[in-house]
Ligand binder design. Structure first.
Ligand code: SAM
Length: 211
């Protein structure tokens, strides 16, 4: 059952990590650095997990934030976390299939998750469908090619193995592979997105694309 996918020690650690990032304001700064106007906009957080970033968008004036993920574990966590917040909608389901109308969303975030999609191509196209004209798609993901270019540390083997460790610890066939910046960029371009910005932090690629 998809809902049990994230119900593990790893998920708890992941929640704690997001809690720290949230408290330190790191992700607020990242979203602010995009220099976009979120006031009264509809934001979709795809494969949203813990529900920490919803508050960031609300604090920037978003009119509505939609949380979508296939994990029932994170659904419960995020619902509890955001119970006092109006204007948040929760959707349980796979990122390749978004139960929203065509051209109904202004901004889509897919942070650290696109590599879980059984088809990045289909996910990118599905986001294109729900985005309004000139809407933005912001993706961040670990780019496997770059991992090989980072200096070797004791963490290096862990980084390479983490998707497989994840797969085993979740005891679930969650699709987890490394993806590459080149592949994601080509999916985006083929779909018709304009690439607005590509940046990198260590092995993580951050891409802002526009419909
Ligand atoms: C590494 S976490 C990132 C969560 C969140 N985006 C963040 O920045 O904290 C990956 C998330 O992807 C979700 N996920 C995995 N496969 C998915 C799929 N096919 N459709 C939707 N969500 C998925 C997991 O449940 C998990 O919450």
């Amino acid at each position: 059952m998809a809902g049990t996918v994230m119900n593990s020690e790893l998920s708890r650690l992941f929640y704690q990590r997001n809690e720290e990032l949230f408290r330190e304001g790191e992700w607020h700064r990242e979203i602010k650095s995009l220099d976009l106007d979120f006031r009264n906009k509809t934001v979709l957080d795809l494969a949203a997990g813990t529900g920490h970033w919803e508050e960031v968008f609300l604090s920037l004036g978003a009119g509505k934030v939609i949380w979508q993920d296939l994990s029932e574990f994170f659904y419960e966590k995020a619902k509890r976390r955001l119970q006092g917040c109006d204007n948040v909608e929760f959707l349980l389901g796979d990122m390749m299939s978004i139960p929203l109308e065509n051209e109904s969303v202004d901004f889509v975030l897919c942070r650290d998750s696109i590599f879980h999609s059984p088809s990045e191509k289909r996910t990118v196209a599905e986001v294109y469908r729900v985005l309004k004209e000139n809407g933005y798609f912001y993706l961040t993901f670990r780019n496997w090619r770059r991992i090989f270019r980072e200096p070797l540390t004791w963490k290096s083997p862990l980084k390479l193995l983490s998707p497989y460790i994840y797969r085993i610890t979740e005891k679930k066939l969650i699709h987890t592979v490394f993806t590459s910046e080149g592949f994601i960029l080509s999916c985006l371009k083929k779909c018709g997105y304009k690439i607005e910005r590509v940046s990198r932090v260590d092995s993580v690629s951050l891409i802002l694309a526009r419909k």
